[in-house]
Ligand binder design. Structure first.
Ligand SMILES: Cc1cc2nc3c(=O)[nH]c(=O)nc-3n(C[C@H](O)[C@H](O)[C@H](O)COP(=O)(O)O)c2cc1C
Length: 343
């Protein structure tokens, strides 16, 4: 009897510690099951436990608001709705039509919710790239979706290359490399505007696509010397700076020797707010540069497959580079990747 009691006590202890140690993901998964079953009270309790771990996501705040609204806990529901919007919930259409939230409709606070999402959307829109100059728009040749070099061979053999053949690159070659960097690979109907045209060759945290990409053309056949903004939505270039930018870029990068022989360079910048509006400081500290690494590695691999050399450059004067490329104030320059035929 006593023995049984000890075993029972141990079991209870084990279960108790297992449930208190249950992590955020497990708690919200359980909460979603309860939501699907219409068990709002239990769902809300699980969400509240989940948020106590210190983690959150805008979708989970939103679901907690739905549970609160279904239970008639109006203040709780509003509090979670505002948190959802503050942390990046931008789906205004769902918010306006969601039957779970009907108990909140009408009244000043509901209007304040709608105003808040509208303001947030306007803020995100502002973080989009505007076309910086009404320069000529150039249609790029369609990229190819196959090639002679395997991914494995490109991974094994790519190197940072700092000296190139004095030969022009073709428009098809720069088109292929720009597509590899950030080209659209899946468009979908009714996508939110922040996807800016669709999913791309490079992954991006929360599909925010904070990077902007420029092509600095020094010696590209069929392209006059200048800096061009890559409009991945339409696979086009838009000229933003006229005249050959070789010396301006070289100076910005402390005259590293790459620019003596490169035929072009890719320049990356980021508008951090596109990512931060959803992820806050974590977006700035981590995700934007992770996005950059994914895209830049694509450039390394694609360039190698085309017998074009490149080298990631992180050493430059920010202000000089911004000026040379014609970046807007919101953009922060991140990388320069010279391109040229391999010797
Ligand atoms: C964040 C970062 C910054 C870099 N900056 C420069 C640079 O300013 N100039 C340069 O010549 N190489 C630069 N590199 C290239 C590295 O020197 C190169 O990747 C390293 O030597 C390894 O060689 P590998 O790329 O051929 O494997 C940079 C690389 C990274 C990842």
């Amino acid at each position: 009897m006593k023995m049984h009691a000890v075993v029972l006590a141990l079991l209870v202890l084990c279960f108790a510690s297992a449930s208190t140690a249950q992590g955020y993901d497990a708690l919200v998964r359980d909460a979603e099951v309860k939501i699907a079953a219409g068990k709002w009270e239990e769902a809300l309790a699980l969400y509240e436990r989940a948020f106590k771990t210190g983690e959150f996501s805008h979708n989970d705040f939103y679901n907690a608001a739905c549970a609160g609204a279904r239970l008639g806990k109006i203040e709780t529901a509003y509090s979670y709705l505002f948190k959802a919007i503050d942390t990046g919930f931008l789906d205004k259409a769902t918010l306006a039509s969601d039957a779970d939230l009907e108990s909140l409709h009408g009244g000043g606070t509901w209007q304040a919710v709608m105003d808040s999402i509208q303001r947030k959307m306007a803020f995100v829109e502002k973080a989009f790239p505007e076309i910086r100059a009404a320069g000529p728009v150039i249609d790029l040749p369609q990229p190819r979706f196959d090639g002679a070099v395997s991914v494995e061979a490109a991974l094994k053999n790519r190197r940072s290359i700092r000296e190139y053949l004095a030969k022009p690159l073709s428009l098809a070659e720069v088109s292929q490399i720009l597509w590899a960097a950030y080209g659209i690979t899946a468009t979908r109907e009714n996508m939110p505007a922040f996807l800016r045209g669709g999913f791309r060759t490079a992954p991006s945290a929360g599909a925010r696509y904070p990077l902007d990409i420029y092509l600095a053309a020094f010696d590209v056949a069929g392209l006059s010397g200048g800096v061009y903004y890559y409009k991945s939505e339409t696979h086009q270039l838009v000229r933003v700076v006229e005249g050959n930018p070789r010396s301006a870029l070289s100076e910005a990068c402390f005259d590293q020797p790459h620019f003596k022989t490169a035929s072009a360079a890719i320049v990356y910048s980021a508008v951090y707010e596109r990512c931060m509006v959803k992820y806050g400081q974590r977006g700035r500290d981590r995700y934007v540069c992770m996005d950059l690494g994914h895209s830049a590695e694509n450039v390394y691999l694609q360039a190698h497959a085309l017998e074009i050399g490149t080298c990631a450059i992180g050493a430059f004067t920010d202000l000089r580079l911004k000026k040379a490329v014609g970046m807007t104030r919101e953009e922060e320059p991140l990388y320069v990747m010279p391109l040229g035929k391999v010797k």
